[in-house]
Design a protein around this ligand. Structure first.
Ligand SMILES: [Zn+2]
Length: 84
């Protein structure tokens, strides 16, 4: 696999699990243990387009369900979802 380099810190990124964060319409979702290229300097993650596309498709359905739940219970706006 070709290792990308962080343009800001000029360091090789590391392929490791990180947290994918997504938010839409006041609902924020964090998905732990998603593999991405992570800068060892500041921990900034770059998700591959395949990973991001796949997660967003799944999370959109979740956001729809969360919106319906939110209509009933107003405080519940932050979720942590385990995928895979
Ligand atoms: Zn960096």
């Amino acid at each position: 696999m070709l290792v990308p380099i962080c343009g800001q810190h000029n360091r090789k990124k590391e392929w490791k699990p990180t947290v994918f964060a997504y938010s839409e319409d006041g609902i924020s979702i964090q998905v732990p243990n998603v593999y991405a290229w992570v800068c060892p300097e500041d921990g900034e993650a770059s998700f591959t387009p395949e990973t991001a596309d796949e997660l967003i498709v799944t999370l959109r359905e979740f956001v729809e369900a969360a919106k319906r739940a939110k209509a009933r219970r107003s405080q519940l706006t932050e979720y942590i979802v385990a995928v895979g």
